[in-house]
Design a protein around this ligand. Structure first.
Ligand SMILES: Cc1cc2nc3c(=O)[nH]c(=O)nc-3n(C[C@H](O)[C@H](O)[C@H](O)COP(=O)(O)OP(=O)(O)OC[C@H]3O[C@@H](n4cnc5c(N)ncnc54)[C@H](O)[C@@H]3O)c2cc1C
Length: 404
């Protein structure tokens, strides 16, 4: 188990990472070397996608077995029982190394695992260490064709039948469902005057008969998300997450964790990655590094990224003090997407037509995937407009929008 003492802990992290991963060689020497892709949603062949997931699972297994896989998790449940500060330190050190792409675990660990742990019966909680070890992957089955921002309007039905529930309906935009073993499902179990009542949440084994996952292609030609259909899918009541009819509480706790993800020091949105690429670009001759307007725009994006980092540390401290993630964490989603937009716009201005026609020039056309990913980022996990509503109404106490 890693040590509590931070100095010893840091040495242990370094020893583990040095023994198991190659350090990233950041700096100008990297320009023009290796794969220049930037977006996590870039097109990928199914076989390569599978190999990517397997490599990610191998890394998670290694990390978990060495005690670094679930640092802030309770020891009683298989975690290391350390603080958010230990976790942040480890993640920051880990980012200095070349690792497998761990994107497939973002939802699984950032949302599904914590909701299973908080709301699940022992049978469901027993899955959590396996999720952290990467043996299992989880997805979030919330959005439907008619229920995204207005999630409580969802219509997937859960009908009680003895000790089981029968699920019928459809979800959409379900990230990584095609790689998932378990789903965190929100369904309507009763029709109530208030649409926030009568919902029930479940842990769904994705291999249950009647579950069908159909991949959707994104405009980057990546295939990261899916439609998921349920045709009389049976779930044992022991896999219910929270009280029947009170699934909105489970959903809100999950969404708060989703909002907090942008603060988790994992560069979820790619702000750090893209900023570093832009910095390297501006160092190349004739790429605008000496243009005062471009320098100013770069400085603005850099300052925003620094602010996100410091706000993330403050959010960690709040969690450390036992405060749950709250609506104020919506600021991370908004700040990350706004900053990324500034970076992507600046890259577009610097490279010009070379971001839309592949000239083979290293570091140019790879921005195309990022430009095409940007609209999805502003929608996924709550749109910019919805984040602004949450911040204005629930954090700043401004009046609610009048209902038409
Ligand atoms: C890349 C990606 C990954 C995703 N992954 C998942 C996943 O794994 N699991 C999952 O369950 N869902 C997932 N989603 C779905 C995502 O949560 C929804 O797309 C999002 O909540 C918006 O819902 P919607 O698409 O139905 O749009 P709508 O809610 O129909 O919104 C349409 C437009 O109306 C605006 N709008 C809506 N309500 C208001 C309001 N009250 N005030 C002002 N403007 C408003 C929105 O901002 C938006 O511009 C993903 C989406 C994307 C793009």
């Amino acid at each position: 188990m890693p040590s509590v003492n931070l100095t010893t802990f840091e040495q242990e992290c370094r020893a583990f990472l040095e023994a198991n991963a190659r350090p990233l060689n950041r700096g100008t020497t990297q320009w023009g070397v290796g794969d220049d892709s930037l977006s996590a949603y870039a097109a990928i062949e199914p076989a390569a996608d599978l190999a990517r997931v397997q490599a990610a699972k191998r890394w998670k297994g290694l990390e978990f077995d060495a005690g670094f896989g679930w640092l802030s998790g309770p020891t009683s449940a298989g975690g290391a029982g350390l603080s958010a500060e230990h976790e942040r330190l480890y993640l920051s050190m880990r980012s200095e190394y070349e690792l497998a792409d761990l994107g497939v675990f973002v939802i699984s660990l950032g949302m599904v695992a914590s909701t299973f742990q908080t709301f699940g019966a022992p049978e469901v909680q027993a899955l959590v260490p396996q999720l952290h070890r990467g043996d299992l992957i989880g997805c979030q089955l919330f959005s439907e064709p008619g229920a995204g921002s207005d999630l409580a309007s969802l219509t997937t039905k859960a009908e009680r039948d003895g000790d089981e529930w029968v699920i019928t309906g459809q979800k959409v935009w379900t990230s990584v469902a095609h790689h998932s073993d378990w789903g965190l499902l929100l369904a309507r179990s009763e029709s109530k005057p208030s649409k926030h009542d009568g919902l029930t949440a479940f842990a769904l084994d994705m291999r249950t008969p009647g579950v069908e996952v159909r991949p959707l292609e994104m405009m980057t030609r990546g295939r990261e998300f899916n439609e998921v259909f349920f045709d009389n899918v049976r779930i044992s009541d022991s896999r219910r997450l929270g009280e029947a009819g009170k699934g909105w509480r489970t959903a809100i706790a999950t969404l708060m964790n989703e909002r907090a993800l942008g603060a988790a020091g994992n560069d979820l949105f790619g702000v750090e990655r893209c900023l570093e690429r832009l910095r390297l670009t501006l160092q190349q001759p004739g790429m605008g590094g000496d243009d005062p307007v471009i320098r100013q725009q770069f400085a603005r994006a850099y300052s925003m990224a620094q602010m996100i980092r410091y706000q993330a540390m403050a959010a960690d401290a709040r969690r450390e003090a036992g405060l749950p993630a709250g609506p104020a964490e919506s600021v991370f989603k908004l700040a990350n997407t706004n900053t990324l937009r500034q970076i992507v716009d600046l890259a577009g201005a610097i490279w010009g037509p070379r971001v839309i026609a592949d000239t083979g020039e290293w570091g140019a056309y790879s921005w195309a995937d990022m430009i095409l990913t940007m609209p999805g980022m502003r929608i996924a996990g709550g749109t910019d407009e919805v984040m602004r509503n949450i911040l204005s109404e629930r954090v700043l106490g401004m009046p609610k929008e009048p209902v038409a």
